[in-house]
Design a protein. Structure first.
Length: 108
């Protein structure tokens, strides 16, 4: 289960689907209006996925129900591939690793 938690942390945080440390470093650099634009979209137009307006906000401009569904789909898509790979040589994980390395000097 520890790996499952790490996978969720790696794929489902704003800025879109980056690991926690990289996401936090980027968010700290962004002005408030940029950080909140997905919430503003949701307030004006409803859920990005289902379009419903009178529902509870989840994240990434989606309602709680849709964000949970998307999160689960991301999780299972990544987990299927993660468990098939021997050393995480896929392009996705290489990009994540490269991004973490490039942003490491921004972390406090």
């Amino acid at each position: 289960m520890r790996d499952d938690k790490a996978l969720l942390d790696d794929i489902f945080l704003q800025p879109w689907f980056l690991p926690l440390k990289a996401s936090s470093a980027i968010r700290a650099l962004l002005p408030a209006e940029h950080r909140h634009k997905m919430r503003f979209y949701f307030e004006d137009y409803g859920c990005l996925k289902c379009g419903k307006k009178k529902v509870r906000y989840g994240s990434n401009a989606m309602c709680k129900t849709c964000v949970q569904q998307v999160k689960l789909r991301f999780f299972w898509a990544m987990k299927r591939r993660w468990t098939r790979m021997s050393d995480s040589h896929s392009r996705t994980f290489k990009r994540t690793s490269d991004a973490q390395r490039m942003l490491s000097d921004l972390e406090a």
